[in-house]
Ligand binder design. Sequence first.
Ligand SMILES: O=C(O)C(=O)Cc1ccccc1
Length: 303
Amino acid sequence: MPRIAYLGPEGTFTEQAVRQLLTDVASAELVPAESVAAALDAVRSGERDAACVPIENSVEGSVTSTMDALADGAPLVAVAETMLPVRFDILVRPGVRAEDVRTVTSHPHALAQVRRWLSVHLPEAAQSATTSTSAAAVAVRDGNADAAVCAPLAAERYGLDVLAGQVADVEDAVTRFLLVRRPGEVPAPTGADRTTVVVVTGDSVGSLARVLNEFALRGVNLTRIESRPIKGSFGEYRFFLDFGGHVGEAHVGEALAALRRHCQDVRFLGSFPRADEGGSSGSDEAFTDAAAWLADIRSGGRA
Ligand SMILES: O=C(O)C(=O)Cc1ccccc1
């Protein structure tokens, strides 16, 4: 039975995401991890077969701890993604009323997404951060905080009361999650895939423009570009690039090979079916035709 780590403790949005990702949840063992880094390290060491981690949110942006943990350490690759609409429950110990709440705690992305609600309904409460929304539920259950901003699974799991349900400052906020494994077989192209890489361009004029140009030239559509500092080297950055398409497609393969030539470092983080509407980008047909034409010339054909 595959053992799949997720950002725990149990009841997080990430648990909800992994349940949504697996076609047959009953045939997997879901194991909570203390942090995203711990979940990924458990996959690297072989202790777990895969990990589900949050990667970005439509309100708060990237989950930087996930990005850093994917860019450092032994390579891992994403094999699937899913998106969850996120709305929060504000949880308290049974009987606690809004006027009793002095402290409120949660994952920083959760606090940020209910900031306005908190400023209206719990304006006096001091805020503190936890490693996940369920870690906040544990803190409230154990009396270490008065209110927690949680995922819908948490109230029942931790025996807490819902002070307010379905809270979100921004309607339709969505979080994207990845299912990550050790490098192995890449999922087959579906025609609507996403690929993700991390590149270090090097410090020279136009180096990022050159990278972006390789995509533009081949009609590859970028869906995300983010930079993160390379720790320990002030002023140096790595770029996370997501784009439509699959490494198995000729035009995407060519673009990646070009990055490999131009960049100091390129790490492939996976090609997998897209969870949103977007299709693959560019046309693979023209590239496969051209490759066949060239092969023909080289082998002395009439072209
Ligand atoms: O803490 C959780 O429940 C997570 O899965 C991370 C997270 C936090 C806030 C919004 C979406 C996901």
